[in-house]
Design a protein around this ligand. Structure first.
Ligand code: KG4
Ligand code: ZN
Length: 357
């Protein structure tokens, strides 16, 4: 006899509706990772398969959109199959299919969206379009089972730097954002200038451990009238000017000192903005998300600052900070139980805003 498990509704100890026995197959292809995952009830990861194209893009010093789309097309079938296989499940037992539909590279997003639509249509499953940044934020639910909104969240990745008030599941208020470069982009550009290669974040993080963060005084930008906005292009220029100045004077730069001083300037600004928001909005909990959230100096500084304020601090494990589909499965679950469904006309939206549908 077939074993049928029905979805069940109940409330958790905070009085929120939760649904059990929901398995989401999630797909992510917004940038240079082709990823698929199976996530149960928003917080339990049954599989998380990531096929990274980093080695390919390293040859060009950054992500080449056309190459990214082509590689996604080559990989997507097997990545999805592996995710189902590793989870020990099949499409028939999946409740819904979630997919990132923005923001990101349009050609890259389209591969995931088209694949998810085809799978959902063929298997008669609901389709749920997920916002990439919402996915990054929801990565925190996986590693921190007790975490529930409201909380403040700093989303720092290669493409985004947002300070967000997470009011409730699926309900966000953007308090501040970058005016120019994203934090991860600044890491990548500075790493290239220092001669560390792509992707720069993890390399700067590593070499900075051997450097003096107070060796060089780099600027910390403040924006008049927008206390939660960020700007990293001035800092990046200051580092480039410093390097050029040293070259002209025929002085060999100390890579570790430049990396540590640059990193400290970024971390100081991020933590300062986060703590100002804690004071103003009275957050009792704060989280970080996105690729840069795995930076060791940022984590250490946030742990210290949060302890001083007496608030809880949450962060995902490094594999859930950079792009992955498990985070899309977590976000997809909360969208699904809120009744959100996408139509067959779901399209890639390269500059989709958080909170927009
Ligand atoms: O979230 P993610 O995978 O992609 C986007 O959605 O943009 O973030 C990638 C970014 C890259 O810029 C990378 O250099 C940065 O995250 N990153 C780091 C670290 N690990 C990754 N930046 C600083 N320190 C790290 N340990
Ligand atoms: Zn991302």
């Amino acid at each position: 006899m077939e074993n049928i498990v029905l979805e069940t509704d109940r409330r958790n100890r905070n009085g929120r509706t939760v649904m059990e026995n929901i398995s989401i197959l999630a797909i992510e292809s917004s940038c240079d990772e082709t990823a698929a995952a199976v996530v149960r009830d928003g917080r339990t990861v049954l599989s998380n398969v990531i096929s990274s194209q980093i080695d390919l893009h390293t040859l060009y010093g950054g992500v080449v959109p056309e190459i990214a789309s082509r590689k996604h097309m080559e990989q997507i079938n097997q990545v999805v199959e592996q995710a189902l296989e590793k989870a020990g499940t099949s499409l028939a037992d999946i409740t819904a299919i979630a997919v990132t539909y923005g923001p990101g590279l349009v050609g890259a997003l389209l591969v995931g969206v088209a694949h998810a639509k085809a799978l959902a249509f063929a298997s008669h499953k609901p389709l749920v379009g997920v916002h990439h940044i919402e996915g990054h934020i929801c990565a925190n639910y996986i590693d921190n089972p007790e975490l529930e909104p409201p909380f403040g969240c700093l989303v720092v990745s290669g493409g985004h730097t947002h300070l967000v008030n997470v009011i409730d599941y699926g309900k966000y208020e953007i308090l501040g954002r970058t005016r120019d470069d994203a934090a991860g982009e600044a890491f990548d550009k500075v790493a290239r200038a220092v001669g560390l290669g792509y992707p720069g974040g993890p390399k700067i993080d590593k070499i900075a451990k051997e450097g003096n963060p107070d060796a060089i005084e780099f600027p910390r930008a403040k924006i008049d009238g927008a206390r939660y906005d960020f700007s990293f292009s001035g800092l990046k220029s200051a580092v480039l000017n410093y390097i050029n100045g040293c070259e002209m004077k025929k002085i060999k730069i100390n890579q570790a000192d430049v990396a540590a001083s640059f990193q400290k300037a970024v971390v100081d600004v991020l933590v300062d903005h986060a703590m100002q928001a804690v004071d103003e909005f009275g957050f009792k909990k704060f989280a970080i998300a996105g690729g840069v959230a795995s930076n060791s100096a940022l984590r250490a500084a946030m742990i210290k600052a949060s302890a001083e304020k007496g608030i809880a601090f949450n962060y995902p494990s490094p594999i859930l900070c950079t792009d992955n589909a498990a985070m899309i499965g977590a976000a997809g679950y909360y969208d699904y139980i809120a009744g959100i469904r996408s139509g067959w006309d779901l399209n890639a939206v390269p500059n989709l805003k958080l909170g927009e549908r």
